[in-house]
Design a binder for this molecule. Structure first.
Ligand SMILES: [Zn+2]
Length: 596
């Protein structure tokens, strides 16, 4: 057995799949041994994703994914098996053995990412030091002017990059080689006459530095705000470029700090700017995250869905803000989020509003958040005022795409009805348009009722027994299957039964390769509260036997009728004898059943 296999087994024994999965999505206890939540791997509004606490596997009844703790982490983090083992080990505080990688590229990639994390950590600390130092006075003044306290500055690790092209480079040149420094995004360089890149220099100069952390709280990038004014200032904000650590569209600012509160309050407050986010968070509203001024990406939506499906959006009211806001809202709608929208008085952004009017006023504004449909209808009314038919058609055309985007028919119907009422649409043509828009989309409702019989379930459970104490029960099923395969052939779970009977691995879920068959096992095991009793398995086998006999009897009856028609008396005698034997066997089985 190689080291990776034995280490993975150690980790698997110590890891609790429920705890690990809860780190990504919300789970609710659904039975004695299982939990459910919204599947992170497909769109859904009602939970069909289940986790079995004792057997340590997950299964989604909506999209059919299933597996163990490593497969979950591998899927959700989009990493390979070795990386998944390491992540789980780290989550459970199990020290890693000497690192093993499946390929040299993977090893090099992991080394680079580790080094880049170290560089970012060092840089963040260094920026923090410079904010406290004499050069940082101008930045401290700026922050104080924006209502930032020293505690807040510390909590968000806000720093200052000094006015120098080489100060950070000099600080980090002993930590990593030149290529790694280039890859970090902390530096820039100019293309030279011969097409090669010139020497690196500090990318961030004379700026207030806001670290961007990944979901685990590690610094992976920076946003930097200029303190210069006039022509020399450059862009007001600049960000780290895309690096092996950081991809802008994959990160939600502050999710590391906000996620516990998001789950607790069952919604996320979404703002645009990082300053808005920090300001709101530091005043006690901790379930706040920021998109950093751009429209949401699908990856960000997926990231958020692990924690909640309800969002209160408080974007800037200015035109650019509204545009990004609309795109984000459109995407969140398509992905089935419930959305409410806050508009603050006098066009204030969240940061200014909360500083000028106080946290109570802001909370009141949050409570007054409007449903998305109401917000959109209002916007349509403002954009196309008046009672003329022409204006109403324009308002409708504005709303139709929004209505079509909603994944749930009920919500679309409601939206369409509200729009018709609030826009005073009495034209039957327009009403029909709305009705059609509401009908358009197919629902994602996934209701699955089990097709398995009780007998099939008992057999699956018997063969999935892992406790050596119940081995006798398992053996009974294994032997019946080996001796009388024809009894079982017609069952829909026959392939699963065979795979389980012959399994080498201790984990039954790993024994079945066919996804459909594995789903049937998962479904059965999720509903199980304890392994079947010996007696249950006996009567299940007996019922299978009875069914087999009854099938054979039906066949014999047909054969007997055929022999009679042909006048083949020898054959008839033989078949009749067989049928009598079967009748007797069946009768005995029935008597036996009544006696127990
Ligand atoms: Zn699913």
């Amino acid at each position: 057995m190689d080291a990776t296999v034995s280490f993975s087994q150690t980790v698997k024994q110590q890891a609790d799949i429920v705890k690990v999965i809860e780190g990504y999505i919300r789970l609710r206890k659904a039975g004695a041994q299982n939990y459910t939540g919204l599947c992170p791997f497909h769109k859904e509004k009602s939970p069909s994703f289940s986790v079995h606490a004792v057997r340590q596997f997950y299964h989604c009844f909506g999209c059919g994914v299933s597996g163990d703790v490593f497969s979950f982490v591998g899927k959700i983090e989009n990493v390979g098996f070795p990386e998944a083992i390491r992540i789980v080990a780290q989550k459970c505080g199990i020290p890693l053995p000497k690192r093993e990688f499946s390929s040299p590229e993977e090893a090099a990639g992991a080394r680079l990412r580790a080094k880049l994390l170290e560089l970012h950590e060092t840089a963040a600390t260094w920026f923090e030091e410079h904010l406290r130092g004499p050069e940082g006075a101008v930045a401290r003044e700026y922050l104080a002017g924006r209502g930032m306290t020293p505690e807040g500055t510390k909590a968000f690790r806000i720093g200052y990059s000094p006015d120098s092209f080489n100060a950070l480079r000099d600080r980090l040149s002993g930590v990593a080689d030149n290529e790694t420094l280039r890859a970090s995004g902390l530096f820039a360089s100019k293309e030279q006459g011969d097409g090669t890149q010139g020497p690196i220099y500090d990318r961030f100069r004379k700026r207030v530095m806001f670290p961007i952390a990944n979901e685990g709280g590690r610094v992976i990038a920076f946003t930097a705000r200029t303190l210069e004014t006039g022509d020399k200032a450059g862009a007001k904000y600049i960000n780290s470029p895309e690096t092996p650590l950081y991809s802008k569209g994959h990160i939600l600012f502050n999710l590391d700090k906000a996620r516990a509160s998001i789950r607790q309050h069952e919604f996320a407050l979404l703002v645009e700017g990082q300053m808005d986010c920090i300001s709101v968070f530091l005043r006690g509203i901790q379930n706040v995250i920021a998109t950093s001024g751009t429209a949401f990406t699908e990856q960000q939506v997926a990231l958020l869905r692990r924690h909640t499906s309800q969002v209160v959006v408080n974007f800037d009211p200015d035109a650019a803000g509204s545009n990004a806001a609309e795109k984000s809202i459109a995407l969140l709608t398509e992905e089935g989020f419930t959305i409410k929208i806050v508009t603050l008085d006098d066009g204030l952004d969240p940061d200014r509003f909360i500083r000028e009017r106080g946290v109570e006023a802001y909370m009141a504004a949050l409570r007054g958040a409007r449903r998305q449909s109401d917000y959109l209808i209002e916007r349509a009314r403002v954009a196309f005022p008046g009672a003329s038919a022409e204006q109403k058609v324009k308002a409708m055309n504005y709303l139709l795409p929004h209505i079509r985007r909603m994944p749930e028919k009920l919500a679309r119907d409601q939206f369409a009805a509200d729009a018709a009422q609030k826009l005073n649409i009495d034209s039957s043509v327009l009403r029909e348009e709305l009705r059609q828009a509401a009908l358009k989309r197919r629902d994602h409702v996934e209701t699955r009722t089990s097709t398995l019989s009780e007998v099939e379930r008992v057999l699956l459970r018997a063969l999935a027994i892992t406790d050596p104490e119940d081995e006798q029960t398992r053996r009974l099923a294994v032997e019946a299957l080996a001796q009388q395969p024809t009894w079982f052939e017609h069952l829909s779970v026959y392939a699963a039964l065979q795979a389980l009977a012959g399994r080498q691995a201790n984990d039954p879920m790993n024994a079945i390769e066919d996804e459909g068959q594995r789903a049937l096992l998962a479904e059965t095991l999720m509903a199980e509260t304890k392994p079947p009793e010996l007696g249950e398995v006996q009567s299940a086998i007996q019922e299978i036997q009875e069914r087999a006999i009854e099938n054979r009897q039906r066949e014999l009856r047909a054969l007997i009728a055929e022999a009679e028609r042909r006048g083949d008396f020898a054959e008839l005698t033989l078949l009749t004898q067989q049928k009598l034997d079967l009748d007797r066997a069946l009768q005995q089985l029935h008597q036996y059943r009544e006696s127990v």
